[in-house]
Design a protein around this ligand. Sequence first.
Ligand code: UGA
Length: 507
Amino acid sequence: MTAPLRTITPWTSRGPVPSRPRRPRSTRIDSIEGGSDPRPMPSPSVRRVGIVGAGYMGLATALAFARRRRPVVVYDSNARLRRTLSSGRSPIHEVGVRELLRRETSSGAFRVAGTLGELVESADVIVLCLPTPRGAGGRIDLGPMLRGVRELAREIAATHGYRLVVVKSTVVPGTTVERIEPALRAATRRSPRELGVAVNPEFLAEGSMLADALRPERIVLGVSDPKAARTLRHVYATFPAPVHELSPSGAELVKYASNAFLAAKVSFANEVARLSERLGENVDRVARAVGADSRIGRKFLRAGPGFGGSCFDKDVRALVGRSRELGERFRTGEFALSVNEDQLRHVARLVRRALPTLEGKTVALLGVSFKAGTDDVRESRALPIARDLLRAGARVRLHDPVALARFAEEWTGGGWGSKDEVEFCATPAGALRGADLAILHADWPAYRAWPAAWSRAMRQPLLLDLRRAIPPARASKVGLRLVALGVGVPTSGRRPRSRSSAGGRRA
Ligand code: UGA
């Protein structure tokens, strides 16, 4: 990533067994955790884990540590964000965060530090969750990270005792060893016995960040000295996941290679979707059958408008660039990016197929976050889609259950357009009233229950479904004409005549 700090800011026991055990009342958090952790608490050689940067990733990571009996202290340079967190309120829309924040704040396991010095004073393990945004020429911008590291080094230099600094932000392979560790050592004058530096990438996906943080499939540690390795293993001892120990650069590569592979899978699915359209098939049926082979797997084969979000595009570009610096090419990444660019053009073709003339027409764009389950709009494909509709002369109305405010910020702040060019609607019905076309971009559950009244409210009951959220049977029940990405119209009910059925022989 990431956007390691996908942040809004620049840095922004066990007593006797009861004879009749009772099932505890299940809560949402319990279901996210998958049950309580039965293991006893390991020896408390780590006081608190310090989390620097409380964006999406920092906050989910902090809450997971707190929940897994590793008390945390969190610091973010954004004072407003600190106040929000201190009052137990969640600054982001993410399943379970609000509830866990309340619980762990009152248990004392989650604390917000007023200064970075206060965090360094009470934490021996300090996890950097700072942003590494997109920089020039496909590189990542290390500015926020290096500024944070310098500030942290000053605080560490003023304290006594061992500290372990853990880079969780997504940084290109080699960054920790070549840039971060030297900066820390130069400013603190501490040896590895007094100051450890390690890499520990995260694999959290927005919409399921807490579940991913509480029950990771793997823990990847990038360590170069035994003390750092022991300390980090101890920190993670309460997490039920296998640990992979590599060099710092190796751990950084694991993160990039993982995102690149997932991005390539999405691009692969999008190309299969175009073929499915041509062949009169449904890409989901094809992907289900392809993914049934365990060597391939079903996940990340959902065709759509192309990958968005703060991670895939930025990370794949950075890995392609880093590969060139290393004298290699990373063609899998180049392929994923190029197909992703094409997919936007493909969406434009589908819009024209649905509605050949956009001039003077009203289009409702439903779901503007980069995917359902989050209010994050970074790199959302809804941004270029809305812009292209406007350029083609359409009036654009937008709806999203949670992301409209962030979309408005990004729309104007990111230079996409002015606020009054598009209409922000509080309800799907409001967006659809009198519309000539609806485009479903992020498949929020509310859209799946499409009532007939929504179709009736439209001037033309026509939906371009970029995620295949509305099954054809439901569409016809609610009087909706459907154009769906990855779904072709069968040209005939008959299969093409095979050679054998035509009397030929199989070789
Ligand atoms: C991604 C990775 O999944 C995380 O493991 C990683 O930690 C994170 O990036 C990061 O580096 O921080 P995220 O960007 O939150 O997480 O979301 P994904 O669920 O991976 O989706 C990324 C994009 O691909 C979205 O636009 C989504 O709609 C699209 N996608 C995903 C598809 O079009 N089809 C799929 O089958 C899956």
